[in-house]
Design a protein around this ligand. Structure first.
Ligand code: 6LW
Length: 505
């Protein structure tokens, strides 16, 4: 099938799909951005841009097992939370929390953000999640964490000095003061935080002081950004990081979600990265609208062509591209393009999609409507194509021998929804995610997921269509979003190609 190359977007979200907790830094004309990755390996997708709108993934920060171990004991939505990415003294610094057994706060560095990144330096004295690094004028580095508290740190060793001290906890009684970032702008140090929790109450608040250690005076009208209680199509806005645009104007990256359907609204793509303008009044930042259209930015846009391999992977290369992510780990003996050239080989280790040790490799669902297909040769094994939110929430179409089956897992319920005989051998498995049928009402879900097989002439035979709400964060909980990919649950399963086609109009 020819690769689709739709025109470049100048739209928010600038990173659609499961790309939460953005942290951004500028080095000359270049921008770099990192996101959380939770239970997926490799961890922390890293993006480059020249215009803050068009981002290309140039790697993953934690792409070696020595850097990132995510044990089976770690639940989904554990793992890698909320990095801070900064450039200081000629190097990139990234601090992040690995919320899993044997984890903690860690710092990695690189001279080239595309990698390699260093092995982690652990910082056991850092007293919480969502760590930030900021250097003051004399080179002292301050690490500020959710809560909000702060400790002096030597980021090259992870050694903290002194006792952590409380800085500011947002508005009185505010839930979850977190995601702190500390900046020097003009005569003030600004402490930017998220508060209200990462759900509909999410918001951004700010305080300022004369030194990086405070005392901090809160903005009189906090939060400076929230969509709580509004009918804005972008909800849960919060977890922001500030940056200057190519023209010196100020901007923020932040996370938001796009709920769809009736009440209460379901978001299925995870928390996405948005861009919004910032102006300054009385030495306080004022966040402008989180607009869905960014075409009128005050600097030239530099759209990157959509690469064919972003839509379709023929598995011709010896390494998988950076957008492919696996659940918890990706040992070469279980996931490789080297065993059968031109194919992705997945070797099951026993676990099904219901288990933490499933062998699964996929990509984020980034469009509300889309189609994904793969040509699978199950051999003597069993494997297929799945939309995954976590172990307890996924839909799959699976091939084994001369049969394909659609399996739905929702919470504690797991059922084979449909089965059909097919000629033994390679078969094209397909799924389409579409708008829910009209008419819409208060109980209408966000979308529908159809799963089936494609014949040699391209005809799609649907085996089942399932309500997408059960693969939403509002149902499943957690911090991630849908990932669509291939898996093996028994034996060795080969995939000749995988394609992903956006259908959003
Ligand atoms: C993260 C926190 C948050 O640690 O969600 O929205 C948590 N903000 O800052 C998980 O991403």
């Amino acid at each position: 099938m020819p690769a689709q190359t739709p025109p470049a977007r100048a739209a928010n979200p600038v990173l659609p799909g499961f790309h939460p907790d953005p942290s951004v830094c500028r080095v000359g004309d270049d921008y770099y951005l990192a996101c959380s990755s939770f239970e997926y390996f490799p961890g922390i997708p890293l993006f480059h841009s020249r215009d803050l709108v068009h981002w290309r993934q140039i790697g993953n920060v934690l792409d070696r097992s020595e850097q990132l171990r995510l044990p089976a004991s770690m639940p989904s939505s554990g793992g890698i939370y909320a990095p801070t990415l900064r450039h200081h003294d000629g190097r990139f610094w990234l601090i992040v929390t690995n919320c899993s057994e044997g984890g903690g706060n860690l710092i990695v560095t690189a001279t080239d953000p595309a990698g390699p990144w260093s092995d982690p330096v652990w910082a056991p004295g850092v007293p919480g999640i969502d760590p930030d690094l900021a250097w003051d004028e004399d080179g002292t580095c301050w690490c500020t964490v959710a809560g909000v508290s702060q400790v002096r740190i030597d980021p090259s060793t992870g050694q903290t000095h002194g006792t952590p001290h409380k800085l500011w906890s947002g508005g009185p009684g505010a839930k979850a003061p977190e995601a702190p970032h500390l900046y020097r702008v003009g005569d003030y140090w600004y402490l930017l935080i998220a508060e209200g929790g990462t759900e509909r109450g999410h918001g951004v608040s700010i305080a300022r002081g004369r030194t990086p250690t405070g005392p901090f005076e809160p903005h009189p009208a906090n939060p400076i950004l929230t969509h709580r209680g509004t009918d804005h199509p972008v909800q849960n806005t919060g977890h922001a990081d500030l940056v200057q645009g190519p023209d010196g104007s100020w901007w923020t990256v932040l996370l938001g979600v796009r709920p769809r359907g009736g009440t209460p609204g379901w978001h299925v793509l995870g928390r996405e990265t948005f861009l919004a303008p910032v102006t300054w009044e009385d030495d306080w930042p004022v966040v402008g609208e989180v607009a869905l259209d960014l075409s009128a930015l005050p600097w030239p846009l530099t759209p990157a062509p959509v690469l064919a391999e972003e839509r379709r992977d023929d598995f011709e290369l010896s390494e998988l591209g950076p957008a492919w992510i696996s659940v918890r780990d990706r040992p070469a003996e279980l996931c490789t393009t080297k065993e059968r050239p031109g194919w992705l080989t997945l070797r099951a280790r026993g676990g099904s999609l219901d288990e933490p040790d499933v062998v699964f490799t996929g990509r984020r669902q980034q469009h509300h409507t889309c189609r994904a297909r793969t040509l699978v040769d199950p051999g003597q094994g069993r494997g297929g194509l799945a939309v995954r939110l976590d172990e307890r929430h996924h839909y799959a179409i699976e091939a084994s021998g001369a049969e394909v089956r659609v399996i739905a897992r929702v919470g504690s319920l797991r059922t084979v929804v449909a089965a059909q005989s097919v000629p033994a051998g390679p078969v094209v498995l397909a799924l389409t995610i579409a708008d829910p049928p009209s008419p819409h009402g208060p109980c209408t879900g966000p979308d529908v997921v159809s799963l089936g097989v494609e014949g040699p002439d391209g005809t799609f035979t649907e085996l089942a269509t399932l309500d997408g709400r059960y693969l939403s964060t509002e149902v499943a909980g957690g911090f991630t979003g849908r990932v669509i990919g291939m898996y093996a649950t028994a034996g060795t399963v080969h995939f000749d190609w995988f394609d992903y086609e956006p259908l959003d109009g």
